[in-house]
Design a protein around this ligand. Structure first.
Ligand code: NAD
Length: 469
């Protein structure tokens, strides 16, 4: 065997890193390169199809280098992207979008997520490999537009795919700016042109082209129920990440002071836009008032009288079961102002006690408004939590020190994410262990998507060989 020469290895590594180092000092030259934005979805798909063929011939370390470049480059633009999204959508707040975008960049796994499997025995060795699908059509929401593009891109490209994004019409400028920056980063890492493309001036008709095109091998949909239904009726393999209505249950054994802070922080994060955010609190009677008292010291504004609650219902859910789009993702103070209440600067969440079938409990509002339901005991609380989660299998939260209660709730509710004794966002890696994603596939069962989700599982059997025991 040839002797391994350490100098040679160093030289090889330096050679591999050269494109990255050389190009990162030449950012300005990239202006003329492809931005990956196409008016015509057919053209976008065609370009992405050719790009995937190129990526297919590259190595795993090439893919890693490309996704690393995306991460490094996008980190420089987090503020710009966050501001653009808030300006374009009028939803959420810049401070929390900065946290969400940074999280997506830093905690989305790349090729390290691709773990092959193996069987060995008397008959030989069988390998379970993860191969790319090809071209993925990814439909993205208005609530986390750039975060979704970042997570999807890193995972899908790490898995060897190219991506065609079909952005939400209400967030497409920021989404497309994000894709443009991704293309700059891919170019810096000497990756294929048009590996990640997006559709300009999106519409439902353009989105349909992506969903039906024969060169799209997999669909990944992040959004509400209509979108998930549409991709699941497309006749293609589809990953559906749909709506949630996460309940948070608090029992008498919980650390109430901490639960109060966690719930206010989680439910007000990005003005309650995240699909994982606490959408209704279910609280055992004996600790209800003390929890409310503590929530008020962490930025919650309590509305007590029936008349004001009804006024808020008329404003936020004017048509039964349909949230008023004008107030989705708006600041708590702005919502209060609309019903004539001037709240102090630190107010970030509106709370009120309501009955268990109140529209605020049943509907996914995506507003910093948290309805609170009083229950006599944990059994009633878990039953209600299961009911109002609507079988979305999305997210639930429980504050309790009783292991039996935590176990029972986790077992009964069957959500993809179950956070115990923390704010909801701990479930996607903010102050909680594990990687992040903004595409949580409850309905189709892939769970928290990552690179391996976007692969085809293949078996490669060698008969009689490599039995080296
Ligand atoms: P939305 O469903 O209005 O839009 C999402 C995307 O789907 C957009 O690009 C839109 O143009 C497209 N779309 C909508 N209906 C369609 C149809 N019939 N055919 C084809 N395309 C269609 O969602 P939104 O308001 O942007 O996002 C909020 C919703 O998404 C909430 O319900 C939230 O819970 C959910 N969401 C879920 C996740 C998750 O990971 N599970 C993540 C983010 C948002």
């Amino acid at each position: 065997m040839e002797n391994l020469n350490i100098d040679q290895i160093v030289l090889e590594v330096m050679e591999k890193l050269k494109p990255l180092a050389a190009s990162s000092s030449n950012e300005e030259q990239l202006e003329s390169k492809s931005k990956g934005i196409y008016e015509d979805p057919e053209e976008a798909i065609e370009k992405a199809y050719l790009a995937q063929k190129e990526l297919f011939e590259m190595t795993l370390s090439d893919r890693k280098r490309i996704t690393d470049s995306i991460k490094t480059h996008l980190l420089k633009y987090v503020r710009e992207l966050s501001e653009m999204v808030v300006q374009e959508t009028g939803m959420g707040n810049v401070k929390d979008k900065i946290i969400k975008n940074t999280l997506a960049i830093e905690k989305t796994p790349s090729t390290e997520d691709l773990r092959a499997g193996v069987f060995t025995g008397d008959d030989g060795l069988t390998l379970l490999e993860l191969s790319p699908f090809g071209v993925i059509g990814a439909i993205t929401p208005s609530t986390n537009p750039t975060e979704t593009v970042i997570c999807n891109t890193i995972g899908m490209v790490a898995a060897g795919n190219s991506v065609v994004f079909s952005p939400h019409p209400g967030a497409y400028k920021a989404t497309n700016r994000c894709v443009e920056l991704i293309n700059e980063a891919i170019s810096m890492a000497k990756g294929p042109k048009n590996l990640v493309v997006t559709v300009d001036n999106p519409s439902l008709a353009k989105s349909e082209v992506v969903m039906k095109h024969k060169k799209i091998n997999l669909l990944c949909a992040t959004g509400g129920p209509a979108l998930v239904k549409a991709v699941l009726s497309s006749g293609k393999k589809a990953i559906g990440a749909g709506a949630g209505n996460p309940p948070v249950l608090v029992d008498a054994t919980a650390n109430i002071e901490k639960a109060a802070k966690d719930i206010v922080d989680g439910a007000s994060f990005d003005n309650n836009l995240p699909c994982i955010a606490e959408k209704e609190a279910i609280v055992v009677d004996s600790v209800f008032d003390y929890l409310v008292f503590n929530m008020k010291s962490h930025g919650a504004y309590e509305i007590k009288d029936r008349e004001t609650i009804d006024k808020l219902v008329a404003l936020l859910v004017p048509e039964k079961w349909k949230p008023n789009k004008k107030f989705i993702g708006k600041d708590a103070r702005e919502i209060l102002k609309a019903i004539g209440i001037d709240a102090e600067d630190h107010i970030k969440l509106i709370i009120m006690e309501v009955e268990k079938d109140h529209p605020f409990v049943i509907e996914e509002l995506m507003m910093p408004v948290l309805p609170m339901v009083r229950v006599k005991d944990v059994k009633e609380g878990i039953e209600l939590a299961v009911k109002v989660e609507h079988g979305f299998r999305h997210t639930a939260i429980c504050h309790s020190k009783d292991i039996d209660v935590l176990t029972e709730m986790g077992h009964r509710i069957q959500t993809t994410i179950f956070v115990k004794n923390g704010p909801s966002y701990a479930g996607i890696g903010v102050g909680g262990e594990g990687y992040t994603t903004f595409t949580i596939a409850g309905p189709t069962g892939e769970g928290l998507t990552s690179a391996s989700t976007f692969t085809r599982k293949r078996r490669c059997a060698l008969i009689g060989g490599f039995t080296i025991r």
